[in-house]
Design a binder for this molecule. Sequence first.
Ligand SMILES: C[C@H]1O[C@@H](n2cnc3c(N)ncnc32)[C@H](O)[C@@H]1O
Ligand SMILES: [Zn+2]
Length: 427
Amino acid sequence: MDNESILITGPEILDAGGIRRGSVLIEDNRIADVSNTLSPGDADTVIDGTGKLLIPGLVNTHTHLSMTLFRGIADDLPLDRWLNDHIWPAEARLNGDYCYAGALLGCIEMIRSGTTSFNDMYFYMDHVARAVEEAGLRCVISHGMIDLGDTEKMTAELRESRRIIKECHGMADDRIRVALGPHSPYTCSEELLKETAALADKNDLMIHIHVSETENEVSEVSRSHGMTPVEYLDEVGVLGPRTVAAHCVWLKDWEIDILAERDVKVSHNPSSNMKLASGVSPVARLLQRGVNVSLGTDGAASNNNLDMFQEMKTASLLQKVNLEDPTALPAMDVFSMATLNGARALGIDAGLIAPGKLADIVILNTRRPHLTPWRNPPSHTVYSASGADVDTVICDGRILLRDGELEVLEEKYVMELAEAAAAELTG
Ligand SMILES: C[C@H]1O[C@@H](n2cnc3c(N)ncnc32)[C@H](O)[C@@H]1O
Ligand SMILES: [Zn+2]
């Protein structure tokens, strides 16, 4: 059933390299050919791409998938009160079944809005992995480690990370990989951060961490360590090319240099930063210095959805208004962030529509009133489209959504499961 050949005939193709027209042939889990001479006889499955736009699957480089269960519970608060007074008390009641239900729901939401890969940090990650395996998506997952300076807690967090690595790394034909997830410089002890760096080095693992999200964090870290968060994380060895640093809102100029030098992968989360009023990340400057900046939604309790199309538009508009410069972060740049830069951040051989790349592909219906006249694909994709315009999704060469119909998971059942879990948790 999966991993046969699929031919998508005659769509327009948009990726970070530009716009063109051509048919796309998928064999097994990779793109085999992109050309104008392919004929329908060449494939087991043929998808008519006429009137469609074919793009690489979007990559969400920072989220907490199971937090779909907490959507709408604590709006209109700053990060510290949001976490301390609402989210952490609610999370204390989580278990594996709840996290599985929330992750399944999140997977459906992502498939329907054109995301094929994501970077997740949360709890009960073996249950999240099971959901992702069933959904057919690709991900990097990490157990969110928080020790608040407690040595016993630190040992337990590292033990749980090791367990998840052992059980889940390379699962589902390597669609699921495991990273280390020290939550942040303000919730992890110095020792935990150093242990994390050593473990990542030894086992060639990615690190996923929140960095310089709020002004409070910068004051707190500066007070405790006499250094800014980026300087401190560099000192303890956490920053490198396999580190995804989420947020990076409050950066001094020299911290941007450190991030660039270490080739840290920055994940920009504009909706969450705006909703929690955390601030505005200097994305245009980061990109100018050559930092690989990608996009993330953060969790559904601070966004409040997982739609990467909205995230692209928001990212662009936020830079423009903040810099009072309408040329800042144009459509093509933000589209590259959501595709190629995301794939690079997660070490995934995708993000471009080209032979040899992993077949993670999204097809949009362009024949919609709000996309008419169809004339400027990058502009329409970033400024006019939404996740609801996605009609077909392929991940790892397997069709997950076809003409708006899910080919994986039972949507009605998953929604009921998530409703029940949310009611028990927060109701
Ligand atoms: C993995 C941990 O990260 C928390 N979490 C979710 N969103 C954010 C954010 N924007 N900043 C910091 N922590 C966050 C989750 O609620 C969980 O406790
Ligand atoms: Zn987060």
